[in-house]
Design a binder for this molecule. Structure first.
Ligand code: ADP
Length: 491
């Protein structure tokens, strides 16, 4: 099969979170299975150019219709750790992707509507006719709309599209100008609930709603989140739309890239280990402490890695720091915040705790340090408010770092509580789960983990090793995606 991924991220060249990991990891898995995969991305000024091999101009002066006139783009081509990627660079005064950031601009809907339009024009003009176009999140929600309303009539009638939603919270909200810009036009046609009109703001168009409505199939990134999105407030207003399209909506659990996340050969950790040599994990703990200037001693290290965002349950992350200290543990946090209030809050905490030998708060994005933290910690806490899939608990499991998680979304599909899980045998259980989003619930789960760590270290190691046995590679999700591509091609 010939598959084109269209996305706003691809790790490690463009990575703000899990989306980048998924686009890269899935593409690699599909190629391993013999499929042809190409990835179309924006050419941001701030991406990691050092991860692109052989970057060169592939298509010069691509004409992209925009607001009834044209914007010319150059399309570059290069390999990101073996994956063939095309990077679109518009030559226009808006400087859509030369902003020093991936997201967070006031005109983000316009920027990514342009990217979507340019990606479709690139496919059309370069005669690329993939079997499946796989697009991701709100940034590319207009791709299915444009495919079936415009490009289908211009020679792309056989293309099929899968739309994957990684986060329902960000949906891409815009006004009528987006229709004029992209050439969709006809506001009276698109301002209908069954098309692009937002379910709750009658004056707004919703990219994600368009993606759901028009795609041949829609999925989110875990089975449990697929249920939540339809039946709870976690669909962020799209529950009704998902319900309408329930026969083409499903959940496929993400994988993690076992070439990148593998304690047996991770190039960022000094001491490699596996289940048989699990005791060597402690050597990484020692290095982690030295690197972060934490005290040595008989204490568990609890980690948090992730965006410092309301989604991740920042108030509970904050509480976990102090609760860990009160229980005699050590805490390591690696996170970055885009929201000023949260950023200031954690910087304040960092300064406040600066001299404490049992805490290190690293505010920023640091891939290399993340690997050492996964390898050197005993527990990883994931107290999310919502979590479509969550990669950090899966990476934690792979590295024998026991997850303490809130039972939402993909966390439910991956972490099975040591004491209370009713569906898994004791030898299949791998972590600690709590449900309410409050400090009492978090503390009770942390207490259970700490008690075992302190009083039954052999049992704690057993739980960690049980986690390491799980296969969260792209092997199974890869099969599921191939089956889905095949299904939409032939239905
Ligand atoms: P989300 O996609 O919601 O941000 P996920 O758990 O799905 O969260 O994926 C997070 C990914 O980003 C993981 O690979 C994690 O290791 C990485 N990550 C998050 N924050 C940081 C950070 N500050 N530094 C390094 N890696 C990070």
């Amino acid at each position: 099969m010939y598959i084109v991924q269209i996305a706003s991220e691809c790790a490690p060249v463009i990575k703000a979170g899990g989306l980048g990991d998924v686009v890269y990891g899935l593409s690699r898995e599909l190629e391993t299975r013999g499929h042809c995969v190409e990835i179309i991305l924006p050419k941001y000024d701030c991406m990691r150019y050092d991860h692109i091999w052989g970057l060169h101009e592939a298509y010069c002066d691509l004409v992209v219709p925009w607001y009834g006139t044209d914007i010319l783009c150059d399309v570059y081509c290069g390999w990101v750790h073996g994956r063939l990627c095309f990077f679109i660079e518009p030559k226009s005064w808006e400087m859509f992707f030369n902003r020093g950031c991936y997201y967070g601009c006031d005109d983000d809907p316009m920027r990514f509507a342009f990217f979507s339009k340019a990606a479709m024009e690139f496919l059309l003009r370069s005669n690329k006719r993939p079997d499946v176009i796989h697009c991701h999140d709100w940034q590319t929600g207009l791709i299915p709309v444009m495919l079936f309303e415009i490009y289908k009539y211009n020679g792309m009638e056989f293309q099929r599209v899968l739309y994957t939603i990684h986060n329902f919270k960000h949906q891409g909200i815009a006004g009528t100008d987006i229709l004029e810009a992209t050439g969709l036009n006809r506001p009276e046609y698109y301002y209908q609930y069954g098309r692009l009109r937002d379910n709750f703001n009658p004056f707004a168009l919703n990219f994600m709603q368009g993606g759901i409505t028009y795609a041949n199939h829609v999925n989110t990134v875990s089975p449990y989140h697929a249920w939540e999105a339809q039946h709870t407030d976690q669909g962020f207003g799209l529950g009704h739309t998902l319900h309408t399209h329930q026969y083409k909506f499903s959940g496929i659990l993400n994988g993690i890239d076992y070439e990148v996340w593998n304690p047996e050969e991770d190039r960022y950790i000094p001491h490699h280990y596996d289940i048989a040599t699990f005791e060597d994990k402690a050597l990484n703990k020692k290095v982690l402490r030295e690197r972060l200037m934490l005290a040595h001693g008989d204490k568990p290290v609890v980690a948090f890695i992730g965006r410092l965002d309301d989604q991740k349950g920042v108030h509970l992350v904050h509480h976990a720091i102090y609760y860990t200290l009160s229980r005699g543990g050590q805490f390591v946090l690696l996170g970055s915040a885009t929201e000023k209030g949260i950023n200031d809050w954690f910087w304040h905490e960092k300064l406040h705790l600066n001299d404490n030998p049992d805490v290190h708060l690293e505010i920023g994005f640091n891939e290399e340090l993340a690997h050492l933290i996964y390898a050197g910690s005993d527990m990883i806490v994931v107290p999310s408010n919502f979590e479509p899939c969550g990669l950090t608990q899966m990476i934690g499991l792979r590295y024998g770092t026991v997850p303490i998680v809130r039972g939402v979304g993909g966390l439910v599909n991956t972490v099975f509580d040591w004491d209370y899980d009713g569906y898994h045998e004791p030898e299949e259980r791998n972590g600690f789960v709590f449900f309410q989003s409050d400090t009492v619930a978090l503390e009770s789960a942390m207490d259970r983990a700490f008690d075992i760590w302190e009083k039954e270290p052999a049992l704690f190691n057993q739980i960690a090793q049980q986690g390491m046995q799980y296969d969260f590679s792209w092997n199974h999700p890869g099969q599921d995606y191939v089956a889905l591509y095949d299904y939409i091609r032939h239905k």
